[in-house]
Design a protein around this ligand. Sequence first.
Ligand code: NAD
Length: 230
Amino acid sequence: MAKIVILTGAGISAESGIRTFRASDGLWEEHRIEDVATPEGFEHDPDLVHRFYNARRAAAMAATPNPAHEALAELEADPGHDLLVVTQNVDDLHERAGSQNVLHMHGSLFGALCHACEHRWPAPEVMAPSDPCPSCGRAATRPDIVWFGEMPYRMEEIWHSLRAADLFVSIGTSGNVYPAAGFVADAMHAGVPTLELNLEPSAGSRMFDEARQGPASVLVPEWVRERLGG
Ligand code: NAD
């Protein structure tokens, strides 16, 4: 059974109509990252941050998985493969394509988090700063998203899986955001072969054993067909 750890980023969802991140000069959907994706930004203007993620949630709900998400779900269903998808994405397109073993290292648009008591619950479609936490009752609701300066989720588990993998594949990620950008070096040090599938060479492209360039909707199904021997 081949153990494969897949890292995905915003690029895999681009052809589903969800815009990537740094494509436009450090702006995310016309907003400065500092304003909408940091704890300081949230403290400064929680209304703006909630409005921003409410819009991202609506866009994710309106989007549908593309052939790249579907191909990964098909590979996971194959009995010869043991797949873990580690995604930096906060959308749910992997799950909606049928992937089951998905780890959201940067959180999810569909989770809510109380920053007073750390209780978590499913996010309503529209969130506001005045929403009370269902556990402690305080108006301290935030999206369960990992912002810049915060520690991504389940890192020990990711590193453990990475070191035990037979292959590491990075798909649609710019290689600018750590610690995910360091996974290729971690895999390399553990002697795990590495493959990059991205529209253009990423910041760390040269570290991969192999790097293929093109749209994820073409490259990922092609690679999955190779794995499945078709
Ligand atoms: P990024 O936006 O920094 O980089 C995207 C990469 O994908 C680029 O290298 C680009 O060349 C490549 N790309 C673009 N279109 C592609 C396509 N059709 N096929 C293959 N590759 C394509 O994204 P990142 O590295 O994931 O880092 C951004 C951060 O922003 C993440 O932490 C994530 O949480 C957040 N984010 C998430 C979403 C989402 O959930 N869909 C969208 C935007 C940003």
